[in-house]
Ligand binder design. Structure first.
Ligand code: CA
Ligand code: CA
Length: 170
């Protein structure tokens, strides 16, 4: 059964990845996401944190392409996303956590401006806004990640939530 609500949610997930909005997901979208996060926090691409984020983004892209790019043209279309990524990620959320983890780990390190090992809720909201989430959505999502309400967001919380977000139930 394909419901309108299901299609709407899939479209939102696709749009999250299709950062430049040209109708397919490719390496450029991951580079754009990386640039946006680095710009938000004033971190240079050539710094250690900047390089780690680019490397994480490349690994994320390669993992997504391996799952979803069925015709191997280095682009994930909406059909490939729905038929490949969404279905396989739903069947195996751990696999998704695995391919997203280096990018999320590096993004949290960029967001952790005082270097105490965790990003605050506000810093996490800034990451989500840089990735295109509307302000109020980003703030609510960041707050919901802080499950133990200590004001700090760790890697485990982010990776788990990210996998759940993209594991769209039919
Ligand atoms: Ca795109
Ligand atoms: Ca393709």
């Amino acid at each position: 059964m394909v419901s309108t609500e299901y299609e709407r949610r899939i479209a939102a997930r696709f749009a999250t990845f299709d950062q430049d909005g040209n109708g397919y997901i490719d390496r450029e979208d991951f580079n754009a996401a990386t640039k946006a996060v680095l710009t938000e926090f004033g971190v240079r691409a050539r710094s250690d944190k900047g390089q780690a984020l680019y490397i994480g983004a490349e690994a994320f892209w390669q993992g997504m392409a391996g799952i979803a790019d069925r015709d191997g043209d280095q682009r994930i279309t909406r059909d490939e996303f729905v038929g490949g990524a969404v279905k396989r990620l739903r069947d195996n959320p751990d696999r998704f956590a695995e391919i997203a983890r280096p990018f999320l780990h590096a993004a949290l390190a960029v967001a952790d401006t005082d270097g105490d090992g965790a990003a605050t809720v506000d810093e996490t909201a800034r990451v989500l806004r840089a990735l295109g989430a509307p302000g109020e959505v980003a703030a609510a999502a960041a707050a919901s990640l802080d499950t133990d309400a200590d004001g700090r967001i760790g890697e485990k919380e982010v990776v788990g939530a990210f996998a759940r977000y993209f594991t769209v139930p039919e």
